[in-house]
Ligand binder design. Structure first.
Ligand SMILES: Cc1cc2nc3c(=O)[nH]c(=O)nc-3n(C[C@H](O)[C@H](O)[C@H](O)COP(=O)(O)OP(=O)(O)OC[C@H]3O[C@@H](n4cnc5c(N)ncnc54)[C@H](O)[C@@H]3O)c2cc1C
Length: 471
């Protein structure tokens, strides 16, 4: 099919980001979506979402597609880092197919078109429009939004690559015919590793060690998967073989050996930083995984929910004024976060998770054990890092605990040189906080090692966190 009329927006990709943004833009603009898939509800992803992002993104209308959620976090490494804590924050699992159907219905009710089985092939940018070529004809728009995900052909065409890490994921929704055994509904295995999963027992994730995770969705089903975190994507067939071995043969995954695979889940999503999100070209915006919409720890769907309404709102005047140059479009995405500080901290954590040896990671994970130098509520720090909700005081407290746990040489050996800038920014911020709080408070944090002192001061810190709320 070919159309000569000029749409306001052509969106390539009717996944989470394309449909979510289209559901808003189609209220005021003429929007067309194209996607190569056969059914609009198809997705190879499965989503766990912190409850708070529904408020951040003013997206309570999607609440009916949320259910259950994490109640307990666990880790189990072959080196003995077995940590368990009850979830402090509230999370949801998501009925992913139903959510996509909901957004697609809104798009259609607003009069926009969704063309499936329409793979993208090329584009041509003119001063006043973009022509998007697909295998089923051309679509013209004032603006093109690329929502094709972590393997965007459009980014590849522009030779664009941010300073990304990639989460490479392969897994499945499974049924558990033998029941849950010791596992409970709401369990989230955050980090399980195996001695024999690489040739080098102490290998890091970037050297090819897979991590096993599972989320117990209900009494009889789970989402189980392996993931890698590295600067290159891991080949899909390789991940599939590893997943099948770990799921069916590894001794410590015996609860899953007889499971029945219901639906495969796989893909790549970026883990970036502040720099990687500034992505646009004249008359082209990159959204979702294509635009590195993610927290540095990789919660891409959470980022989409937090930002899609705001993004569409901010884009509206630019579309009305037809001011769709690269600089204007680059300004549109703003992270929902308390401060840049959290993103930097999260980014350093991402570097660390990717590069640290298995034994260093064990020590890092043990930081989240209740009673570690982080205090009785140590797990809360972990949850706050990956939900980007640490206060500056808490981040400083965490930095101090990290410095007590590792010596600087160990950190310098693990973190790649490009993180040094981030660490310097962290140190600078820590100093600012120290000066604001009075240097005595920091000395107290650094040098008082008695447990009751740590617990007392920690209560103060987390009390501040809860009362200060979200921006
Ligand atoms: C297994 C897995 C689990 C995840 N779990 C979580 C989680 O728990 N929480 C969380 O916050 N995030 C999670 N994520 C990340 C989240 O899924 C992504 O951030 C999100 O899906 C990105 O949405 P998107 O619309 O940008 O891309 P996608 O969801 O990948 O959608 C891209 C769309 O573009 C279409 N497309 C691609 N190429 C073409 C082409 N050439 N022509 C036409 N159409 C094309 C595809 O068919 C697809 O419909 C997970 C990711 C994976 C892979």
């Amino acid at each position: 099919m070919s159309t000569e009329e000029i749409n306001d927006v052509v969106i390539v990709g009717a996944g989470a980001s394309g449909l979510a943004v289209a559901s808003e833009l189609s209220k005021d603009f003429k929007v067309v979506l194209v996607d190569s898939k056969k059914e609009v509800t198809t997705t190879t992803k499965s989503w766990l979402i912190p409850d708070m992002v529904l408020d951040i993104g003013d997206a309570r209308d999607i609440n009916p597609y949320m259910y259950g959620g994490v109640k307990r976090f666990l880790t189990r490494t072959f080196g003995g880092a077995d940590v368990i804590w009850d979830a402090y924050l509230k999370y949801h699992y998501c009925h992913e197919h139903e959510l996509l159907a909901y957004w697609a219905d809104l798009v259609k009710k607003n009069g926009a078109e969704i063309h499936l089985e329409t793979p993208y092939s090329d584009l041509e940018v003119f001063d006043d429009r973009v022509v998007v070529r697909t295998l089923r004809g051309d679509y013209t728009g004032k603006l093109l939004l690329d929502a094709t995900g972590g393997n965007s052909p459009i980014r590849a065409q522009f030779n664009m690559r941010g300073h990304y890490y990639w989460w490479s994921v392969y897994g499945a929704i499974v049924e558990l015919p033998d029941g849950l055994n010791q596992m409970k509904v709401g369990d989230y295995m955050l980090w399980q590793t195996f001695r024999d999963s690489t040739v080098n027992e102490n290998a890091s994730l970037s050297q090819g060690r897979p991590c096993f995770e599972y989320e117990i969705l209900d009494e009889k089903s789970a989402f189980v998967f392996i993931f890698y975190l590295s600067q290159e994507k891991i080949e899909m067939d390789y991940m599939k073989r590893e997943f099948e071995y770990i799921l069916r043969k590894e001794k410590s995954t015996s609860d899953f050996h007889n499971c029945v695979i219901q639906e495969l889940k796989y893909g790549y999503y970026p883990s970036g930083g502040l720099d990687s999100q500034e992505l646009a070209r004249d008359r082209i915006g990159f959204i979702g995984s294509s635009g590195c919409w993610t927290s540095p720890c990789g919660w891409g769907m959470s980022f989409i929910i937090s930002n899609y309404k705001r993004y569409a709102f901010n884009l509206t005047p630019a579309l009305r004024e037809n001011k769709l140059d690269k600089d204007t479009l680059s300004e549109l995405t703003r992270q929902s976060m308390r401060s840049k500080y959290q993103v930097i901290l999260d980014q350093v954590v991402t570097h660390f998770l990717s590069y640290a040896s298995a034994s260093l990671l064990d020590r890092f994970i043990q930081l989240f054990d209740p009673g570690s130098p982080l205090g009785d509520d140590a797990g809360l720090y972990c949850e706050k890092v990956f939900t980007l909700t640490l206060t500056e005081e808490e981040a400083l407290h965490m930095l101090v605990a990290v410095v007590k746990t590792f010596n600087l040489k160990e950190l310098a050996d693990v973190l790649p040189k490009e993180s040094y800038g981030y660490i310097a920014e962290l140190a600078e911020k820590a100093l600012e906080v120290a000066l604001a709080n009075g240097i005595e408070g920091v000395k107290h944090l650094l040098f008082h090692k008695k447990n009751e002192d740590v617990a007392k001061e920690h209560k103060l810190v987390s009390g501040f966190a809860f009362s200060s709320g979200l921006q």
